[in-house]
Ligand binder design. Structure first.
Ligand SMILES: [Zn+2]
Length: 169
């Protein structure tokens, strides 16, 4: 599963892909945070000792809920395109985790919750898993994982922003 760096890059790409939006830096930061936010489910373990990681927060339905919640807050500055961008940024997390190697059971994520509680993972992962260890081998592994994420996702973000710049000229 990708690191927060990879997820944030995907959020930046979503910000660049938005059509007709005026995107102040604050919105780019919000979308980068939205793209990384599903992993906050790791903190739920602190409350009940149960692993909730890659559960409902890692579903496309959660992305729709986030977009709808943002739309309900439209009086605070989130218009429909902003809400849709937030949903897309959240959904980018679901996509990237689907494309990530997951070696801890249950492998994958509940991408189709609430319609299915099955865990889904790509049969051909693109991104590495991230061991939560500080051994030299784990650090080396994680550096390689981040490098792959940047090599794959930075060009996507760059292309999204290049096309955006071309549209606004
Ligand atoms: Zn995740």
């Amino acid at each position: 599963m990708p690191t927060p760096i990879g997820h944030a890059l995907a959020g930046v790409a979503v910000a660049g892909a938005g059509r007709g939006l005026s995107i102040p830096p604050r919105h780019v930061a919000i979308l980068a945070l939205c793209a990384a936010a599903p992993d906050l489910d790791l903190a739920l373990r602190l409350f009940d000792g149960v692993n909730h990681h890659r559960g409902a927060s890692h579903s496309l339905a959660a992305a729709l809920i986030v977009g709808f919640a943002a739309f309900l807050l439209r009086k605070t500055g989130f218009d429909l395109p902003s809400a849709a961008s937030m949903a897309a940024a959240w959904a980018s997390h679901v996509l990237l985790d689907y494309l990530g190697l997951d070696t801890s059971p249950p492998s994958g994520e509940m991408a189709l919750w609430p319609f299915s509680t099955g865990f889904y993972a790509s049969p051909v992962p693109i991104f590495y898993d991230i061991p939560r260890s500080f051994s030299i081998g784990a650090i080396r592994h994680n550096l390689l994982a981040v490098t792959i994420e940047v090599v794959v996702l930075a060009p996507v973000a760059f292309l999204c922003w290049s096309r955006r710049t071309a549209r606004t000229e």
